[in-house]
Write a protein that binds this ligand. Structure first.
Ligand code: NCD
Length: 361
């Protein structure tokens, strides 16, 4: 199923050369912002934020304003017609008709792809549940490029909620496309990286190991990516409390790290990085958030200039099969065409990407 517009749902829908082009353009914007100050004059960006956000939402907004464009949207669906029961299809259809580019964040996996299916302008995925977060990954690539000078040959530590953290999913899928990157996944058994992401790393030629010890892993790293335990994705408070505070990066642990290791975090931080670590010159998370603004300027420009069509669903359409992942958008917005890649028992839902045991409706 094709859409008439370019969309950014998953970075891996585009070649590495496209990501590199965005990074290069972002560097040019940093060097000469005045040159870009009117490049989106007359254009409107719609932002549909169904979930809380500070950095992603505001960096997109300031990015568009700095390009000379304007913005509309909501950051609380309860103040929009969503509160009256409007579905994702109708809200997207209407707001995309008012906008030139649409940025969407939603708590349910696959929602950005679902929105793109009906949108009348390009859609950018600003986080779909615990699935993907491509623009955070662009931010992370930019930080690595600017601060480490390279995107290959790196040992990357990922620590915290690797199960529910969409940022680490997108990051692994992207960084494994550059040569010789090795991932050390640091988490409890309950919050391990999903197997479909590990399979992608292997398929892209990357390598990984898993450990529960931050202390053992930290001396080996070029970059440590800390993450927040994603409280809102847990079934209940008890399960969250059992995981909370397992990993806290302290100045003492920073002493075990190499002098050139950098610390990144998509933010918000809760308590997984001690505030005293902020004074360590290797703590780059605030700088990282600022790079996010420049890479989003580059992305908005590129999306508005592109006229490529996007293939959104490439697999077989099924009417008799439902995705079993209760956090998949197809389970909530039941009008959506159900589409799976693969055959027999190895079917993968094209919205939420997880390999699923399927059940007949
Ligand atoms: C992240 C997100 O929303 O997934 N934040 C962000 O976009 N910078 C990480 C998080 O919420 O923990």
């Amino acid at each position: 199923m094709f859409s008439d517009y370019p969309h950014l749902i998953d970075l891996n829908d585009y070649p590495v050369s496209w990501w590199n082009g965005l990074l290069k353009q972002a560097e040019e914007i940093i060097k000469n912002p005045a040159l870009y100050a009117n490049s989106c004059k007359g254009k409107i960006m719609g932002t549909l934020f169904y979930e809380p956000s500070t950095r992603t939402q505001m960096s997109f907004q300031t990015a568009m304003l700095r390009l000379g464009g304007t913005i509309i949207g909501f950051d609380n669906p309860q103040t929009s017609s969503v509160a009256k029961g409007e579905n994702l299809k109708d809200t997207t259809k209407i707001v995309s008709g008012y906008s030139d580019v649409l940025v969407i964040r939603h708590p349910v996996m696959g929602s950005a792809k679902a929105a793109a299916l009906t949108s009348d302008c390009p859609v950018i995925n600003a986080g779909d549940g615990g699935h993907l977060h491509p623009t955070q990954t662009l931010t992370d690539l930019m930080t690595l490029k600017m601060e480490k000078g390279k995107l290959s040959g790196l040992t990357i530590g990922l620590c915290g909620d690797l199960l529910n953290g969409r940022t680490v999913h997108s990051l692994c899928k992207a960084m494994s496309c550059y040569e010789n990157n090795h991932f050390i996944m640091i988490s409890t058994k309950a919050l391990k990286m999903p197997s479909y992401i590990k399979d992608k790393i292997r398929a892209n030629g990357g390598t990984y190991e898993e450990t529960e010890s931050l202390e053992k892993a930290i001396p080996k790293l070029d970059m440590l990516y800390m993450t927040r335990i994603q409280r809102e994705r847990f079934a209940n408070e008890e399960e969250y409390l059992a995981q909370k505070d397992t990993y806290i990066l302290t100045t003492k642990k920073m002493n075990l790290a190499r002098p050139d290791m950098i610390v990144m975090h998509p933010l918000p931080r809760v308590d997984e990085i001690e505030v005293a670590v902020d004074d360590d010159t290797r703590a780059l998370y605030f700088k990282q958030a600022k790079y996010g603004m420049y890479i989003r300027m580059s992305l908005i420009l590129t999306m508005l200039q592109s006229n490529v069509k996007t293939q959104l669903l490439a697999g077989d359409l099924h009417t008799g099969i439902a995705c079993k992942n209760k956090n998949c958008i197809t389970c909530q917005e039941t009008y959506l065409p159900k589409s799976f890649i693969g055959k027999g028992s190895t079917l993968t839902c094209e919205y939420c990407d997880e390999r699923l045991l399927l059940q007949h409706e």
